[in-house]
Write a protein that binds this ligand. Structure first.
Ligand code: NAD
Length: 319
């Protein structure tokens, strides 16, 4: 039932996701604050709009892929934002794929459901609802990075109503190869920040152990071989090793380029820390990890892959 897809935020991830939707044959309307990006899309014959609200007016579903919570709030609730029409909106579905805090995802889902659709929609995928009067929202952050966005092999972690998730699944599968339903509103964002939290802390633990091992006289390659056949094995040790020369085809083998930027990891860790604080969850490492990544960024490595923490923090090479 979705023919007209609006897309806002055509950066590293969003541009590739939008391109896959174009390939899949959706009729697209796009917006980005960056004029050069807009020109690229209008040159390709894609309809571009100056404001999120104009995108909403032309779309059945609007997808956002923006840097952080403040940008998402601005695009939804700002003066020319997606929800500006208040009680008379055209899109029946809003999907936010940005990595943001679950609390913001939940507030937005409420704001969206308080609006009214210009025309009642009959959702063929949703068996028990005949006429849908209010628009709905899914938080659907992704894992996979730029390479998976380009290849259309992202994993979507989706929060919201399960019926709506099922209705949106084929649209999401035009940009990814996996979708996982995580539960109610905000749970996609919960899954995303918790995944990145566990990944960041395991990268720090591994880096610390490899640095200590080297200082005590064992090579990182030997120690990695041992870890990978022992209980310290993890994704960071066997698929994304942070020590240059230990593995081929990973960011550490190309000066930490072409991966997941340290500044994005710092952002995601700050989201996890803020969320832990809000719910009063005891998470000592969650509060320590963002400081380590902030230090790495302040030392000039913010665009390098997050595994550069081994080189610059634990090996102290940059100081
Ligand atoms: P990006 O900075 O490359 O792209 C963001 C785009 O949003 C830019 O084109 C920017 O001009 C646009 N934008 C900013 N504010 C806007 C506004 N108010 N209105 C319209 N457009 C606006 O970021 P990205 O790497 O594409 O990441 C997007 C999101 O995906 C982030 O939340 C990030 O954490 C998450 N993410 C990124 C990766 C990755 O590897 N890059 C992986 C998974 C998830």
């Amino acid at each position: 039932s979705f023919e007209n897809v609006g897309f806002i935020g055509l950066g590293n991830m969003g541009s590739r996701m939008a391109n896959n939707l174009l390939k899949a044959g959706y009729k697209m309307t796009v917006h980005d604050v960056n004029c050069n990006v807009m020109k690229k899309y209008s040159d390709m014959g894609v309809s571009t709009k100056q404001t999120p609200f104009e995108v909403a007016e032309a779309s059945d579903v609007v997808i956002t892929m923006l840097p952080s919570s403040s940008h998402v709030l601005n695009v939804y609730n700002g003066p020319d934002g997606l929800l500006q029409g208040g009680d008379l909106l055209t899109p029946q579905l809003f999907i936010d794929s940005s990595t943001i805090d679950p609390q913001t995802s939940r507030k937005l889902a409420v704001s969206v459901s308080n609006c009214i659709l210009k025309e009642k929609k009959v959702w063929i995928h949703i068996t028990y609802v005949e006429n849908w009067e209010n628009p709905v929202m899914l938080d659907a952050p992704v894992s996979g990075g730029v390479v998976a966005a380009e290849a259309g092999s992202l994993t979507f972690m989706v929060g919201g109503s399960e019926d709506v998730y099922l209705a949106a699944k084929s649209l999401l599968l035009s940009m990814g190869k996996n979708t996982i339903f995580c539960g109610g509103p905000g749970n996609g964002s919960v899954a995303k920040i918790c995944n990145n939290l566990a990944m960041a802390i395991s990268m720090l633990g591994l880096s610390e152990a490899l640095a200590l091992g080297q200082s005590l006289g064992i090579t990182a390659s030997t120690l990695t071989k041992i870890f990978n056949s022992s209980s310290a094995r993890c994704w960071s040790s066997d698929s994304y090793n942070p020590v240059p020369g230990v593995m081929q085809g990973v960011p550490s083998s190309r000066n930490y380029s072409g991966g997941f930027a340290s500044k994005l990891m710092a952002k995601d860790l700050n989201l996890a820390a803020a969320s832990a604080e809000e719910v009063g969850q005891r998470c000592p490492l969650t509060f320590l990890a963002p400081n380590i990544y902030t230090e790495i960024c302040n030392d000039g490595h913010e665009t390098e892959d997050f595994s550069c923490v081994f080189q610059h923090y634990y090996s102290g090479k940059s100081k």
